[in-house]
Design a protein around this ligand. Structure first.
Ligand code: HEM
Length: 511
């Protein structure tokens, strides 16, 4: 080797550590250093790590979620490294500099400051500019009132209670005839039928099957890279959305024609949205009605199906809880003497409502709330910089032992006392709080009623059917913690012996 090539190698080897260091600090240099330079009196950012160039800490995030299947250890690792501080860390995730909040106080602060922390992660192409989630301020407030009136207030809930029960009861009969069912698939089917009936009085048939297919296409796009190119999941989702809007536009026209012809007003969600007026006496426009129906389908269908499946899953694993649930519900059943349950009956089911709450807590269907800082925000001496993403890790509130004793155990009795202030936010908070929270609770309670008045035996199956082994992190994570995969429930009603293969798998809402 001649002298020249030795000296080139020396340069390369000498520069390599500097290059690596530069790479290591790239995001810090790109995002943090300019911020510090631009603030005259200095700026203090929450502690944290911006990770590698471009990808930041995304791989670490994926590691905790997908490989370790312990999502909350992402936060635990940070707590060990940086201390608890003010409950925020800086990071870089999915191509964006971000702040993660994980304590009750931070959640409260950010959810209440919704004028500065806006809700900007969902592409408007997918939700529609008239949708409740795409709007802010006055317009959001107005739409929220309409939607809440139509789905979440006692009058609407009374209507839902009667519509939903008939379908739930007939689903149990069908399952009895089938004998063995895959619980999640059947619950999904039943939920879609219920949702279609509640939303637009649609009965099972080819149109409902099409809605199911298009729904799947649309939801797929929410998880895809937003590239509107031929063949991408995003473009498929946009097409599905268009087809769903067409379907619901036709339903709206039918309702209008019927109303014009015989003056008849219906009682479903679409009717509710069409008939309600705001304080100025104004109605929603047709497009506002139709886009919000699609939005509610996205928000309400799979979340309900998944929580019902989780309820069955936990009950199958907890015979004592199932027994108490059964006693309460059989009692009511005797009193009702074959009549449908009313909203008031459901509120009297004290233990059932605790099971509902515990199901929702432990299912953590919405792991995070995403926001974006519209301006620099000061919080206890730290700055959340303008333009940075904000990730509120709400699931951590529900799995932190400081907030809930033995958080991974399914224990409805914990609801004998209310959760500590700010520690229970399954439905979010502030002005964006879930518009369907009471509706969800009601639907789960009604389902539990019909489920528990049957007789169940539960056992764990060692042999898993191959299909049940697929699963997203949320389900697998809990499955691992609860040490069970598939449950076989033998359900005896007066007519026959039922078997549920309870295969908790692939619930798409979780990421
Ligand atoms: C257990 C089931 C459910 C859970 C855990 C859940 C959770 C949530 C959460 C956490 C938010 C707030 C998102 C944010 O702040 O960015 C939200 C918003 C929303 N949810 Fe739910 N949800 C459930 C069921 C439903 C149902 C059944 C419906 C309606 C049919 C519904 C309709 C909505 C709507 C319209 C919003 C947007 C509210 C707004 O932007 O003001 N949700 N949900």
């Amino acid at each position: 080797m001649d002298v020249q090539s030795v000296s080139s190698w020396t340069w390369v080897l000498g520069a390599l550590p500097i290059l690596l260091l530069l790479l290591w600090w790239w995001n810090e240099l790109r995002y943090v250093v300019p911020l510090k330079a631009s603030f005259r009196n200095g700026i203090k950012l929450p502690p944290g790590d911006m990770g590698f160039p471009f990808i930041g800490e995304t791989l670490t995030f994926v590691w905790y979620f997908k490989i370790l299947r312990r999502p909350d250890d992402f936060i635990n690792a940070k707590r060990r490294r940086y201390g608890d501080g003010v409950g925020m860390y800086r990071t870089h995730l999915f191509g964006q500099p971000s702040i993660i909040g994980w304590t009750p106080v931070i959640h409260k602060f950010m959810l209440r400051s919704d004028a500065v922390f806006t809700h900007s992660w969902t592409p408007n192409d997918l939700v529609g500019r008239n949708s409740i989630v795409a709007n802010y301020g006055q317009r959001h407030h107005r739409l929220k009132k309409f939607v809440t009136m139509a789905i979440n207030r006692p009058n609407a809930l009374r209507q839902v209670a009667s519509l939903t029960q008939l379908r739930i009861a007939s689903a149990f009969q069908e399952w009895a005839h089938k004998g063995t069912i895959v619980a999640f698939d059947e619950i999904r089917k039943m939920t879609l039928e219920n949702v279609a009936n509640q939303f637009v009085s649609l009965r099972p048939g080819p149109l409902l099957d099409t809605i199911g297919v298009e729904y799947k296409g649309l939801v797929g796009a929410f998880r895809a890279i937003p590239l509107n190119l031929p063949g991408t999941a995003y473009r498929c989702g946009l097409k599905s959305r268009k087809r769903l809007l067409e379907i619901f536009r036709k339903e709206l026209e039918k309702k209008k024609n019927k109303h014009a012809k015989d003056g008849e007003l219906g009682h479903d969600l679409m009717d509710g949205l069409m008939q309600t007026t705001d304080e100025d006496g104004k109605y929603l426009s047709d497009e506002e009605v139709v886009e919000n129906i699609v939005g509610l389908l996205i928000a309400g269908y799979e979340s309900t199906a998944t929580s019902l499946t989780w309820a069955v899953y936990h009950l199958a694993k907890s015979p004592d809880i199932l027994q108490r649930l059964r006693e309460e519900n059989i009692n009511l059943r005797h009193k009702k003497n074959g009549e449908l349950l009313t909203l008031d009956d459901v509120s009297e089911l004290k233990y059932t409502n605790k099971v509902v709450e515990e199901t929702i807590r432990i299912a953590n269907l919405t792991p995070f709330i995403n926001r974006s800082a519209d301006e620099d925000v000061e919080y206890q001496g730290y700055t959340i910089p303008r333009g940075w993403k904000v990730l509120l890790w709400i699931r951590y509130l529900h799995t932190d032992p400081n907030n809930f004793d033995d958080p991974m155990s399914f224990n409805p009795d914990r609801w004998d006392n209310a959760a500590k202030a700010g520690t229970y936010m399954v439905f979010g908070g502030g002005s964006r709080i879930c518009a369907g929270n009471n509706l969800s609770r009601l639907q789960i309670a009604l389902f539990l009623h019909y489920l528990s008045v049957e007789t169940f035996e539960s056992k764990c199956q060692d042999e898993l059917p191959a299909s049940s082994k697929t699963g997203r992190w949320g389900q697998d994570f809990l499955q691992q913690n609860l040490e069970a995969d598939v449950l076989l429930l033998n359900c005896k009603d007066l007519l026959s012996l039922l078997c549920f293969y309870l295969v908790v798998h692939n619930h798409d809402l979780n990421l």
